[in-house]
Design a protein around this ligand. Structure first.
Ligand code: LLP
Length: 417
């Protein structure tokens, strides 16, 4: 979203016009931004054999998947449905990786039979998989490298050894024993750095642990560094510079490959890096009210559409699209859900009037994909701005959607008064 004079635009289209045409609440994605992020990622890793696997849990619209496909980006999936969508839009099975956690072995078997790449993150499934396939299908191992990040927020601090993710370093001997017993080829080593990794130094520390472990496996084809690359959301917090990260990782990776005796592929699974700042949630201010000392802006959305502020204390920059020149004032922007439902607390915004379009930025990743129908409110429509045109890519829910799967079994005479 770009401000020119008194108007906000996406690819030259007035944001207010988009809101008017498609209604609010509305998720709007800018395809150009996504393409720019893909290029930037590649620019950072131009000297290695980089494979980007888009973590489609961030934004699971098939048009976004197709956009990735058109750019030669692969897919990271965590459920059979994500995988099916990927296959349906045309990804080759070998360009899709399945990185679930704590799923039953039957899901892994179904995925393997579809021909996608398999990532396993616990010994129990590793053994069952090996028993089932023996040497037929290689798997990648997800590590838990026991690294504490700078941030101790439990909700996002996933590298440390108390988290449920990955196979602990001290279980590597068990991994090797299983692989040997069943002649199971291990073709990749994976870690997923949560988004609290803000500096190349912390990242490189994790990478070195991975490289060390990798030397103990003979059949590797790739190292997978997962996702978790933060983007600048305007909260003033440090973010990693992808080009700088690439430049710092490059010599370490090359040295590892030399020691390993072969040049491996380097994989990443970015979600938010590619789509986070491409998305905006457009809402309309329906009610202005004042309680105590607080000026509230009540919009036609809420935690049902964007749960990140309430769930993670995540910051989303808020913009008054309709009145950029209004006198600045402090507001708390809230949704219409029947509980505390802050989208942004104590924000300085140009005067907000009922009817103004209020935009929540950085809502491309984990916005729609975590939206719910709580309070029986419709999930928003989605629009993709591509080649200078705003295209509807998902309809708003309807009342019929709510009723479709419900089964009425309350026969009148079986209800005791
Ligand atoms: N790879 C693996 C194995 C993952 O678990 C994830 C995210 C990704 C890649 C992509 O991470 P990204 O690049 O998008 O940070 N709902 C939370 C984020 C949960 C991320 C879960 N795993 C949020 O709204 O911030």
């Amino acid at each position: 979203m770009q401000r020119i004079d008194n108007q906000y635009y996406i690819q030259g289209i007035r944001v207010e016009d988009i809101a008017q045409q498609f209604g609010t609440p509305l998720y709007v994605y800018d395809a150009d931004h996504i393409l720019g992020q893909i290029n930037r990622f590649r620019q950072g890793f131009s000297t290695v054999n980089l494979q980007i696997k888009y973590a489609c849990k961030a934004l699971t619209n098939i048009n976004i998947m197709k956009l990735m496909l058109s750019q030669g980006v692969g897919l990271d999936t965590v459920s059979l449905s994500e995988m099916r969508m990927g296959l349906e839009v045309g990804f080759a099975p070998q360009d899709i990786v399945f990185t679930p956690n704590c799923v039953g072995i039957e899901e892994l078997i179904e995925a393997a039979d579809l021909g996608v790449r398999i990532n396993i993150e616990n010994l129990s499934n590793l053994e069952k998989f090996a028993q089932h396939y023996g040497s037929q299908i290689p798997v990648c191992i997800r590590l838990n490298p026991h690294i504490a990040t700078q941030n101790n927020a439990d909700k996002v601090d996933w590298w440390h050894n108390q988290s449920k993710f990955g196979i602990s370093l001290d279980q590597m001997k068990d991994v090797k024993a299983i692989a040997q017993q069943y002649s199971l080829p291990i073709n990749g080593i994976h870690i997923h750095s949560s988004s609290v990794i803000m500096t190349p130094e912390v990242f490189l520390k994790g990478a070195e642990t991975v490289f060390e472990i990798a030397l103990g496996f003979e059949n590797l084809e790739f190292i997978d560094f997962g996702g978790g690359i933060k983007v600048n959301v305007g909260d003033g917090k440090e973010v990693i510079d992808i080009v700088e990260l690439g430049q710092q990782l490059d010599p370490v990776f090359q040295a590892f490959c030399q020691k390993y005796g072969r040049t491996l592929e380097l994989w990443f699974e970015p979600g938010r890096f590619l789509v986070g700042n491409a998305g905006t949630l457009l809402t309309e201010c329906k009610v202005r009210k004042r309680n105590g000392g607080t000026e509230f802006v009540g919009v036609d959305s809420g935690l049902n559409h964007l749960i990140r502020p309430m769930m993670y204390d995540a910051y989303h920059e808020i913009v008054n699209v309709s009145n950029p020149e209004g006198a600045p004032q402090k507001y708390t922007v809230v949704g219409n859900i029947c509980e505390i439902d802050n989208l942004g607390k104590d924000r300085q915004l140009p005067e907000v009037r009922e009817g103004d379009i209020i935009a929540l930025k950085s809502a491309g990743a984990y916005g729609y994909s975590m939206a719910s129908t709580y309070n029986s409110r419709f999930r928003p429509a989605e629009v993709l701005v591509i080649n200078g045109e705003a295209r509807l890519i998902r309809k708003r829910d309807t009342y019929e959607d709510f009723m479709r799967n419900q089964i009425d079994v309350t026969l009148e005479n079986s209800i005791t008064q």
